[in-house]
Design a binder for this molecule. Sequence first.
Ligand code: ADP
Length: 455
Amino acid sequence: MPGNLTLAGLKDKAERGEIDTVIVAMVDMQGRLIGKRFHVQNFLDTAHAETHCCNYLLTVDIDMEPVPGYKAASWSKGYGDFTIVPDMETLRVIPWLPATALVLCDVTDHHHHPQPHSPRQILKRQVDRLAEKGMKPFMASELEFYLFDETYESAAEMGFVNLKTTNGYIEDYGILATTKVEDTMRAMRNGLHGAGIIVENSKGEWGAGQEEMNVRYAEAVAMADDHSVMKNGMKEIAFLQGKAITFMAKYALDRAGNSCHVHQSLWSMDGKPLFLDESAPSGMSALMRSYMAGLLTHAREITLFLAPYINSYKRFQQTGTFAPTKAVWSHDNRTAGFRLVGDGSKAIRVECRIGGADLNPYLAFAAMLAAGQSGIEQKLELEEAFSGDAYGSSGVREVPKTLREAIEAARNSDMLKSAFGEEVLEHYIHAAEWEQYEYDRRITDWELKRGFERS
Ligand code: ADP
């Protein structure tokens, strides 16, 4: 891809004056890019090997509040540094910023031992477990978002209500409606392509002002890297055009939520699609059936990593909105949490539709791969496919409807304890409990409107 760089390529571009800045970033617990901007000369001289950041970065909430109670870092341990080590495979040009390149990092201690609670490390661990079995996971995450004719500042001044979306009507697959946002969407597609991400397409979605960006599936860590660069990049491109964009799972009661559907398949190390068995019904191999059975069996336990915030669960509250409320599987049926796609072909895969666009891709992919692998290890039998409208069905596995319910399911998961390690799981349970605590003590506009006069 045009945007991918090697260190030698970066050196050439620096000498020609084409790059003067390198963003050196890690991904935090929320999936955001966090790091420093280096002068390219300093990056070439030293920072390509490592740099340092305060270790509180993997113990803060979305507000950068140093959350008490973590074992990994705390006031009593003095909040020291950890090391972040650039992964040169991720070095790329960022075409929408002047003369800028970007590299993603692994988070380690000072001796370059990985920090187990770093999201990238958590995903790598699941990929390594699969590699031991001779398998390689491929994923694709589709990101939905709303685009506003507002800046982030004007949106904040308006208290985030009555915001003007770029379209006033539902624009699902609409060409005319998306022509109206093409300045921004074209800049995004071409910008991401220039940053080494294989863009497939963008399209209008099932909300007024809602868009989707689709990119080519890739090996799991590379896809999570692309996802993080995309999300940050699309916000930057919108900002540069005086627009705001949100990936919140549900920003308004009367608008469809923002999903992040994740397509997944396993391949042999030499590139054979292990989910395909042409002689089996629907072309699903026995391996695929037990992987999917694992996803279903553990769906409630992993929802915390598909829906990490209080707001994430607002997306599941309404039926008939394309956000699934049931963890069942189906043939090409968008009311179910899991959908079989590409039956009988090399592209056979399972799509998980439960996650919101607010998920951290490393954690979500890791949780799904852990669940699927558990299905493979136990040779679980796949239940019958669901057919009909899953929203109205009773007696089938429900997706947790609140963060509190999801925390309980994750906390009691022996599968997650053994796949992630108990300390790592505890770290993320603690983050979720803090999110719940922060919410529980707030007084919302809804309560004031209902109760101020009448209670
Ligand atoms: P849909 O619109 O029905 O969700 P698409 O054909 O647009 O389906 O594909 C969705 C995503 O699935 C794309 O990002 C594509 O790259 C990805 N994909 C295709 N084949 C595979 C596969 N074998 N494994 C994982 N993802 C895949």
